[in-house]
Design a protein around this ligand. Structure first.
Ligand code: HEM
Length: 120
């Protein structure tokens, strides 16, 4: 049986990605007001993912694969936040490929580790 914390984590990770993308495209379209509210919700989801993730880690006794996944997830959250803040300020510029690169690589690795496609 899944606990509430497990549900929070397993059911909302894709929602975070979707909300991040909508916020990004709203910012690009100059819809600052809508983007501001969504960005706040995105930040709330960072916290939900972090707290529920740490809870799951402690539940499973900190297995190495998932500890690494957790660290990569923090890198992913960092990339999402930098992309949103810099897009808002108009300072993403030449850094865009780097941040998008970090985001895509960390997201792929997080998912491969999360679904145990990579395990060690
Ligand atoms: C944006 C960040 C994150 C994303 C996208 C993400 C994604 C996922 C996914 C897709 C799963 C597996 C889902 C499934 O089996 O159906 C998962 C499981 C897990 N995640 Fe995360 N996660 C994130 C953040 C974190 C953080 C920060 C930690 C730890 C500090 C963490 C720890 C875990 C653990 C321990 C599991 C295993 C749960 C289980 O098998 O019951 N995650 N995560």
């Amino acid at each position: 049986m899944q606990t509430g914390m497990q549900h929070a984590h397993l059911d909302s990770w894709w929602l975070l990605i979707v909300l991040f993308l909508i916020t990004y495209f709203l910012l690009k379209a100059g819809k600052a007001k809508g983007a501001k509210i969504l960005h706040m919700i995105v930040r709330l989801f960072y916290i939900v993912m972090l707290f529920s993730g740490v809870y799951l880690l402690s539940m499973w006794g900190f297995p190495l694969t998932h500890v690494i996944k957790g660290i990569l997830a923090i890198v992913l959250i960092y990339a999402m936040e930098m992309i949103l803040v810099r897009t808002k300020k108009g300072t993403l510029g030449s850094k865009a490929p780097m941040y998008w690169g970090i985001l895509i690589v960390s997201l792929v690795l997080v998912l491969l580790l999360a679904f145990r496609i990579i395990s060690f």
